[in-house]
Write a new protein. Structure first.
Length: 178
């Protein structure tokens, strides 16, 4: 597995997970409305944002360089040294430890290359599979905001998780396999 830049040839596989109702039901944006043109614009913008160090959106690719999903560090605040983490995988990539591997790669990048102090995420409480992954990796639950987001016209709660630099270092030291 590798992390690489998003490419134009990834568009059909990106649309695959965006248009999958089992996957996109947990999204905080309306992925059903995404088109090839919108995804192409996202890829172009991601390249610009990487150069300006605003956001980093990586393709997760297998040994054949086939796109498996996207993992991101968004909304980087260089004063606070923090970024929001996000990940989404195609259905064929799920259940294969790809999310775990890719998350550790992006956390390594966040803490050891970008020298961030905190990586955080928000997740819908009903997304139990994602929550299990985040907790297994070592993200710390901070709390839940009530009815703070509207998804398809329904107000939803969001849970917030974080990982601080020292927590990352401690967890990495305890888990020598990482």
């Amino acid at each position: 597995m590798i992390l690489r830049c998003l490419r134009r040839e990834d568009i059909p596989k990106m649309l695959e997970w965006m248009h999958d109702p089992e996957i996109n039901r947990y999204f905080q944006f309306d992925a059903q409305q995404m088109t090839a043109e919108k995804v192409q614009a996202f890829i172009q913008k991601a390249g610009i944002q990487a150069k300006t160090k605003e956001c980093f959106h990586f393709a997760i690719a297998d040994e054949n360089n086939e796109y498996m999903g996207t993992i991101s560090l968004k909304y980087i605040d260089w004063d606070a040294k923090s970024a929001e983490y996000a990940i989404s995988l195609r259905k064929i990539a799920q259940g294969r430890q790809i999310a775990f591997w890719a998350t550790w790669e992006v956390l390594n990048y966040a803490f050891e290359v970008l020298l961030l102090q905190q990586v955080y995420l928000t997740v819908l409480p009903e997304n139990a599979k994602a929550i299990r992954l985040y907790e297994r990796i070592g993200f710390i639950y901070e709390g839940e905001s009530k009815e703070c987001i509207s998804i398809r016209g329904e107000y939803k709660n969001l849970r917030r998780y974080r990982m601080l630099l020292q927590e990352y270092l401690d967890y990495k030291k305890e888990s020598k396999k990482l």
